[in-house]
Design a protein around this ligand. Structure first.
Ligand SMILES: [Zn+2]
Ligand SMILES: [Zn+2]
Length: 253
């Protein structure tokens, strides 16, 4: 009997919306990342280095003009790829503060935001009510309920205060109520990221978020050119979550 040849569908990132370069702690330049993106057939790439309030990794504010100029030159040079400038801004305070100033607004095409360790908090108060409790909750389980409530409020305030397009690795590094965050993300047209380098969102959390008409993106969060477009185990995660590919804005099959 002849075996039916079945074409296996391969999932692929079209637009990698979250990538790092030497402007923060990536290993490759913008030009090298764009070259790699063209080689692996991406139709678009967004350069999104870390926000300014990180003392080691943060993009210095004077570099946004330089990054914009480099990207403008590359966009003129290549007609097979679109290159965007963004920033992975840091959530730095319980009021939903992120480290966005005029340079980011002026030069970036769009803004993403996520929680990271080691940032400089928005205020002295935030050290005590936001940063320290989140560190402490990792070893003191009784604090978990408190920080989940606070972090969820923080994410929601952030989405209402700022025009952000995407939340990177939601709930990673600090716990959140995914249900409440996804509801407000849907209302404010904010994309939730599925990130192969981080544990959240996981399949269970995607299932919860899917109840709302929120969109998702899978991004590599590449810090080297080799990692660009690399989805690692996310195809399995989205299969386990049962999410239709149409809900993921930057993927093709
Ligand atoms: Zn991140
Ligand atoms: Zn990142």
């Amino acid at each position: 009997m002849r075996r039916k040849t079945q074409k296996r569908k391969i999932m692929k990132i079209k637009h990698d919306m979250h990538t790092h370069t030497t402007y923060s702690h990536g290993k490759n330049t913008i030009a090298e990342m764009v070259e790699q993106a063209r080689q692996i057939g991406l139709t678009a790439i967004t350069i999104s280095d870390h926000g300014r309030s990180h003392p080691v990794f943060g993009v210095k504010k004077e570099n946004f003009a330089k990054m914009r100029a480099e990207i403008d030159v590359l966009n003129k040079k290549y007609d097979d790829i679109d290159i965007y400038l963004s920033v992975e801004s840091n959530i730095i305070g319980a009021n939903g503060n992120i480290d966005i100033g005029e340079e980011e607004k002026k030069y970036c095409d769009w803004i993403s935001a996520g929680y990271h360790y080691g940032y400089i908090p928005a205020s002295i108060k935030d050290i005590f009510v936001f940063s320290l409790p989140n560190y402490a909750a990792r070893v003191l389980p009784f604090l978990k309920k408190y920080v989940v409530r606070m972090n969820t409020r923080t994410y929601i305030k952030m989405m209402k205060r700022y025009n952000i397009k995407l939340i990177t690795h939601p709930g990673d590094k600090i716990p959140i109520d995914v249900d409440a965050v996804a509801k407000v993300a849907a209302e404010n047209d904010v994309i939730l990221e599925i990130n192969p380098r981080h544990d959240h969102l996981n399949a269970e959390e995607i299932k919860i978020a899917m109840k709302y008409p929120v969109n998702f993106a899978i991004n590599s969060d590449a810090h080297t050119r080799q990692a660009l477009g690399d989805m690692r185990d996310t195809p399995q995660i989205i299969k386990d979550a049962g999410i239709p590919i149409s809900r993921i804005v930057n993927i093709e099959e």
